[in-house]
Design a protein around this ligand. Structure first.
Ligand SMILES: Nc1ncnc2c1ncn2[C@@H]1O[C@H](COP(=O)(O)OP(=O)(O)O)[C@@H](O)[C@H]1O
Ligand SMILES: [Mg+2]
Length: 293
């Protein structure tokens, strides 16, 4: 099972690439697509979900071009779009039956599948309630349930943690881990900590470009020796902000404790600290900004 993305680009308007020459080879596991708003995450995901076609390049599912033969993939695809609407008056079972019917799934077999999914997603306590009364986290889980109806080999979830509270975020991460196995899961986010604990692979997108593809430990080891900690006085903070890439600030009893990302020690007394993915993300993105000018 593999998904190969070769030189994929997308233009919505002439002379402007929303997505630019993306190359990625994906195998079973969890891939986190990380990038700020407008980076092209949803554009890439819609192409992979066969909702839109690339302007250039190809995506191959087990060697078959998904733009030319979308049905090969569609039968085994689960997709949760970024803006996912529900029918507020339906209860979860009715809603999932409706989606199953739309997808042409065997409704008989679906009854037990739906109950299993509601159990897996911890929604079995709310079976009789209209979806309109659900919290953000519960709605998101219904969205994931509909994506899982056909037990997909490729699961694409676009910004699933938006609108979740911290507890729901943690629950979502655990769910992702439970769902991984013999499938490729691609999920997008602009929040580094969503990715930290779950993703086997990280792809960083910005302004339509793929800035990095790596596993978390490789990203961290590349940052080794580039993250520093210094204490400065509050008066020096403004100056420090303009001079260094600061990835964290904590008020300290004798001033401000700064976390600085820098190739060289920012100050003679700076102490090296172990890097985080947040530092790596900042470093990679600022390198791009400098390159662009
Ligand atoms: N349907 C569309 N028509 C025109 N431009 C679009 C469309 N969808 C997205 N874009 C543009 O493409 C770029 C990437 O958007 P998107 O893929 O939604 O990014 P992300 O999901 O990372 O926030 C943005 O500049 C956005 O304005
Ligand atoms: Mg998006």
């Amino acid at each position: 099972m593999r998904l190969e993305i070769n030189q994929v680009g997308k233009q919505y308007e002439r002379n402007r690439w929303a997505l630019n020459e993306i190359n990625l080879q994906l195998v079973p596991g969890i891939i986190g697509l990380l990038g700020p708003n407008g980076a092209g995450k949803s554009t890439l995901m819609r192409i992979l979900a066969t909702i839109s076609k690339p302007t250039k390049g190809t995506a191959l599912w087990n060697g078959i071009d998904i733009a030319k033969h979308p049905n090969e993939l569609r039968s085994t695809l689960g997709y949760l779009p970024q803006d996912f609407g529900v029918y507020p008056h339906l209860n979860p079972v009715e809603f999932l039956q409706y989606i199953a019917a739309l997808k042409g799934l065997n409704v008989r077999y679906m009854k037990s599948r739906i109950l299993d999914l509601l159990e897996l997603l911890n929604l079995h306590g709310a079976i009789k309630r209209p979806i309109g009364s659900f919290s953000g986290g519960m709605r998101q889980r219904i969205g994931i349930a509909q994506a899982l109806l056909n037990d997909p080999r490729l699961l694409i979830i676009d910004e699933p943690t938006v609108g979740l509270d911290p507890e729901e975020r943690i629950r979502f991460r655990n769910l992702l881990t439970d769902l991984s196995g013999e499938r490729i899961i691609i999920f997008s986010t602009h929040i580094v900590s969503d990715i930290e604990a779950t993703a086997d692979q990280i792809a960083i997108l910005s302004q339509g470009n793929l800035l990095a593809k790596s596993n978390p430990s490789q990203l961290l080891s590349r940052m080794q020796g580039k993250v520093w900690s210094v204490v400065i006085s509050e008066q020096e903070l403004q100056d420090a902000r303009s001079r260094w890439m600061i990835s964290g600030t904590i008020r300290h009893e004798d001033g401000m404790l700064l976390r600085i990302v820098s190739d060289i020690p920012p100050l003679p007394h700076a102490a090296q600290v172990s890097p985080s993915l947040e530092d790596a993300y900042l470093y990679i993105r600022s390198a791009q900004e400098e390159g662009v000018g």
